[in-house]
Design a protein around this ligand. Structure first.
Ligand SMILES: Cc1cc2nc3c(=O)[nH]c(=O)nc-3n(C[C@H](O)[C@H](O)[C@H](O)COP(=O)(O)OP(=O)(O)OC[C@H]3O[C@@H](n4cnc5c(N)ncnc54)[C@H](O)[C@@H]3O)c2cc1C
Length: 358
């Protein structure tokens, strides 16, 4: 069996590792160049994402991810500010209930991406923008790329994120709705903000600071093992520069048209000392659940088909694991190909959309 994956993001690369380990021929086509582009700084990865990585990655890759997470995050702290001083006023459990985060750990996103790309040189084709596909009479699927390239496989997987060209071609009625939510997200070296007292106050927990009717989100990533040492121990093939990162504070602020609000001194320092390269502006979107579609040799995973603010990466990696398991069964002849894809899509629709729309 051969599988073409469009998109070398979290979901597409997790799937590629899993399929390769299952003996399936897989090729990933990625629009960006190998140097990539900034896609945010850190991710809260919960058991859905971690168990997918554990199942799909080679053991040394997974050990590298595990060694370089932050500490356990089991509650979200609520902070308020009085006379410029921040204080913890409460805590909510990370229990996944009522839209709350699940227990998890913070992961440095560019490092995770670099780990996922390690040892996939023969699988990932960069600078290849997918444009369209055609289903052929023999049951295979042919994919076209902007530079005129084509490739043919038994299955085409759209793992090409929120603007998915595969989704637009395959399920043209599925639309991304702009929620109007805008955020600015950044990261600041921990050493630059130690004097503010904030890192000691919040520890490893995510924190929400309530300010003038808005909320700033913060989280300190103290690597369990320094990434350069972990690289040496677990994954020397990892690009050396990918491991050159120090402990930091990530933060996210809603972007509004209101005049800039006055931040308390600790938060002013955090925003003022941020690394410019990691500061990104985000816009919120959602995909209303579409009607069920029949299984065909084209499918979608992750943000290409469902959007989940704050946990879409976990869902993309879980989709990848589930699709990988289903395709591996088809590859071994224990399940028909369309039955395998249908089984995956049933679980993806059930779990991806109910959480998003809840
Ligand atoms: C700032 C920020 C913070 C976030 N925090 C969290 C968090 O804490 N926890 C969490 O779980 N999630 C988080 N998310 C969401 C998470 O990043 C996404 O849900 C996740 O990246 C989706 O993975 P994916 O593989 O579906 O798509 P992506 O990771 O977006 O990958 C899609 C890939 O497809 C490529 N592509 C697109 N079009 C084409 C084409 N035509 N041809 C070829 N390639 C193409 C893109 O270049 C990209 O590499 C966050 C997102 C952002 C932006």
């Amino acid at each position: 069996m051969k599988v073409i994956v469009i998109g070398a993001g979290l979901g597409g690369l997790t799937l590629a590792h899993g399929l390769r380990r299952a003996g399936v021929d897989v090729v990933v086509y990625e629009r960006d160049a190998a140097s990539g582009r900034p896609q945010g700084v850190s991710l809260h990865v919960d058991e859905r994402g971690m168990s997918a990585l554990r199942a799909c990655l080679p053991p040394a890759h997974f050990a590298m991810v595990e060694a370089t997470t932050g500490g356990p995050r089991e509650q979200t702290l609520e902070l308020s500010c009085s006379d410029g001083e921040l204080a913890v006023t409460g805590a909510r459990p990370c229990d996944g209930a009522a839209g709350r985060a699940r227990p998890g750990r913070q992961v440095h996103r560019p490092l995770l991406k670099a780990v996922l790309l390690t040892d996939l040189d023969d699988v990932v084709r960069f600078g290849a923008e997918f444009t369209r596909f055609e289903r052929r009479a023999d049951g295979t699927v042919r994919a076209w790329f902007a530079d005129g390239r084509t490739d043919t496989a038994d299955v085409l997987v759209g793992a090409d994120g929120i603007g998915s060209a595969v989704r637009r071609r395959y399920l043209p009625d599925v639309r991304v709705v702009d929620t109007g939510r805008r955020m600015i997200m950044g990261a600041t070296p921990l050493r630059a903000v130690l004097g503010t007292g904030l890192p000691g106050l919040i520890g490893d927990s995510p924190a929400r600071v309530h300010l003038h009717g808005t909320t700033m989100v913060l989280g300190v990533l103290r690597f369990t093992e320094a990434p350069p040492a972990a690289r040496k121990r677990w994954l020397p093939a990892l690009r050396r520069t990918a491991a050159e990162i120090e402990d930091y504070v990530m933060w996210a602020l809603p972007a509004t048209r209101e005049p800039a609000m006055e931040l308390p001194p600790a938060l002013r320092t955090i925003v003022g000392e941020a690394w410019p390269d990691f500061t990104v502006a985000l816009r919120g979107g959602m995909i209303p659940p579409p009607p069920v579609w029949p299984a065909r040799p084209v499918t979608l995973l992750g943000d290409a088909i469902h959007l989940a603010p704050g946990f879409g990466g976990n869902l993309a990696m879980r989709d990848a694991r589930r699709l990988c398991e289903a395709l591996a069964e088809a590859h071994q002849g224990r399940l028909g190909l369309l039955d395998a894809i249908g089984r995956y899509e049933d679980t993806m629709r059930r779990d991806g959309f109910t959480k998003v729309s809840a």
